[in-house]
Every structure is written in structure tokens, then in C-alpha cells.
Ligand binder design. Structure first.
Ligand SMILES: NCc1[nH]cc(CCC(=O)O)c1CC(=O)O
Length: 304
């Protein structure tokens, strides 16, 4: 087997941080050396429209996957949140790392938390899930689109375009912006995106030897939780845009507890479900069925 693993990565500061983290883990815990292959993806370039209109989350992966198919790279590193539930058949997730902070962060230069925002305040996010949960508790707020990488989103807040913005805490922490988190929006009242806070390694299905060699890096409990959340997402047909929140947590009795919610874009309708079980894929399916029985399909269709 080769002795250097080439890691395809997006070029954003967050993606580079995650890939450098994975490279260091590989060098510390396996016999391999590593090198990075930074690439621009269509998802990074097309900031003008919402992602679901141009093909969804897969746009952050396609170029990296092509590099693996061409033999220019061996693995790709992703925020698992950006990995579609229906991964193309040629690929597998061969390891996920322990989940970091899965919460969303409330970030503002004037206010400490959501409840402090004045009537009609402007909050920045392009996530339908965040928008819907914001409006569910504060229908008076004005939600304005905010895309781009973590640094540019913070810059837009500092430029005065918003009273507050919502970002993933994990991304802020990884880039050293912990101090910008005014407060956290946390489960069970607020649900993160499927797989939020987890970093994973993708490789070719055919690369079984490499996948096996990287198993020493895999966090089994995080993987089970991520699988439960992804199974739920797949059953609800969670294209990246839909307002689905979910969080699975590993319990002391070795079960997984999964809570999930589906929200209408204007925040007026919310349905949630929660179950516990041993089999992550079945659990995700059961919670999805519960949501579907409560009318999830109709609510999700409102986002199209
Ligand atoms: N959508 C982009 C994205 N993908 C993963 C993260 C954060 C890191 C993580 O969830 O692991 C972010 C930034 C954000 O949503 O604020």
C-alpha cells in the first residue's frame, strides 16, 4: 500500500482546519504520511442562490469525489453536515471523529441572546431550519439571507447588516472565534442540523484496505448517532434545504436517543418526535415515520 495519503479538501478556512486536523490524526495514529489537495467546489462559488435550487449539498463534494475517482486523491474530509444522506454509490464514509459542540451559536455585537433582541430585529441566516426555529419563538423577527464562509459571515455582521446572526458553534470554535459566541441555541428546545459538529472521512467503496487502516480514528458512538440522524434524513428526503433538525445522543445504557423536528419556513408549524433504540438505522426510520404520521410531508413541501 502507498505510504502517503492525499486528502482532497475545500479551500475555506473551516475546511482547511478540518483537513489539517484529520491529517495530523492520520500521522499520529497510522503509518501514513499525508498531503493536502485543496480544491474549489461549485458550492463554494455559487453564493448567489440558495443551494437547493442548484443541486444541493452534493455540490460541495462533487469535485472532491472526482479527484478520488481520478486517483488524484485518496480521501476527502467533510463536515458531515454537508454530506448528503444519499451518498453516491461509489463512496463510503470510512470514519467520523468525535462530535464537537453540536449547538448553533447566537452571535451579535449588541445582544446576548435571542430573547434580548428588540421587536423586528434583523437576523442573518440562509438555513431554512434556523429561520423556521427563529420565527417559531420570535415571529416578529426579520430573517435575512446570509451565505458564505464563516469569516465572511462574521464580517457581514460587523459591517452592520444584521442585529445578530446564527452559525454553527463548532465552526466558530475550530476557527478560534469562541469569544464571538454570545449564547448557544441547544437541544431539546432548538435542534441542530443532521450531523452538525461531526467531521468525517470519505473514500472510495473499493478502497477497503485504506478504510480498514483508518478505522483506528473512528469514533463508534458518534458514528452510530450520525447514522441514526442520516437515516432519518434519508427517509424524510432531506435535501439540504429542508427544515429538519435532529440530534442523536448515545446513552449510558447503550441505546441511542434521537429527537427530531420538522418546521414550516415561517415557523408557524412545528412537529417533533423522539425515540430510543439500539439500531441506529431502524431508529432513524421510526422517528421519521412518527414525523410523517404527524404530517411532515405537507410541512416539508412548503419549502419548495
Ligand atoms: N453549512 C456550512 C457548514 N458546514 C459545517 C459547518 C459547521 C461545522 C460543523 O457543523 O461541523 C458549517 C458552518 C455553519 O453552518 O455555520
Amino acid at each position: 500500500m502507498k505510504d502517503t495519503i492525499t486528502i482532497a479538501t475545500r479551500e475555506s478556512a473551516l475546511a482547511m482546519w478540518q483537513s489539517e486536523f484529520v491529517a495530523a490524526q492520520i500521522e499520529a495514529h497510522t503509518p501514513f504520511k499525508t498531503q493536502l489537495l485543496p480544491m474549489t467546489t461549485e458550492g463554494d462559488q455559487r453564493l448567489e442562490v440558495t443551494l437547493n435550487k442548484i443541486g444541493g449539498k452534493g455540490l460541495f463534494l462533487k469535485e472532491l469525489e472526482q479527484a478520488m475517482l481520478d486517483g488524484r486523491a485518496d480521501i476527502a474530509v467533510h463536515s458531515m453536515k454537508d454530506v448528503p444522506a444519499d451518498l453516491p454509490a461509489d463512496f463510503q464514509i470510512c470514519a467520523v471523529f468525535p462530535r464537537a459542540d453540536e449547538s448553533d451559536a447566537f452571535v451579535s455585537n449588541q445582544f446576548q441572546q435571542l430573547a434580548e433582541l428588540p421587536q423586528g430585529a434583523v437576523v442573518g441566516t440562509s438555513s431554512l431550519r434556523r429561520q423556521a426555529q427563529l420565527l417559531a419563538v420570535r415571529p416578529d423577527l426579520t430573517v435575512k439571507p446570509l451565505r458564505g464562509n464563516v469569516n465572511s459571515r462574521l464580517q457581514k455582521l460587523d459591517d452592520g447588516l444584521y442585529d445578530a446572526i446564527i452559525l454553527a458553534s463548532a465552526g466558530l470554535i475550530r476557527l478560534g472565534f469562541d469569544a464571538r459566541i454570545n449564547s448557544r441555541l441547544t437541544a431539546p428546545d432548538w435542534l441542530p442540523a443532521v450531523s452538525q459538529g461531526a467531521v468525517g472521512i470519505e473514500c472510495l467503496h473499493t478502497d477497503a484496505e485504506l478504510a480498514a487502516a483508518l478505522q483506528v480514528l473512528a469514533d463508534e458512538h458518534t458514528w452510530q448517532c450520525v447514522r441514526a440522524e442520516r437515516a432519518l434524513n434519508l427517509k424524510l428526503n432531506g435535501s439540504c434545504s429542508v427544515a429538519i433538525g435532529a440530534l442523536a445522543s448515545y446513552q449510558p445504557d447503550d441505546t441511542i436517543a434521537l429527537k427530531a423536528g420538522v418546521f414550516s419556513p415561517d415557523g408557524s408549524r412545528t412537529i417533533t418526535a423522539r425515540q430510543q433504540g439500539y439500531d441506529p438505522v431502524k431508529l432513524g426510520g421510526y422517528v421519521a415515520d412518527d414525523l410523517l404520521n404527524q404530517g411532515a410531508e405537507e410541512i416539508l413541501a412548503l419549502a419548495d
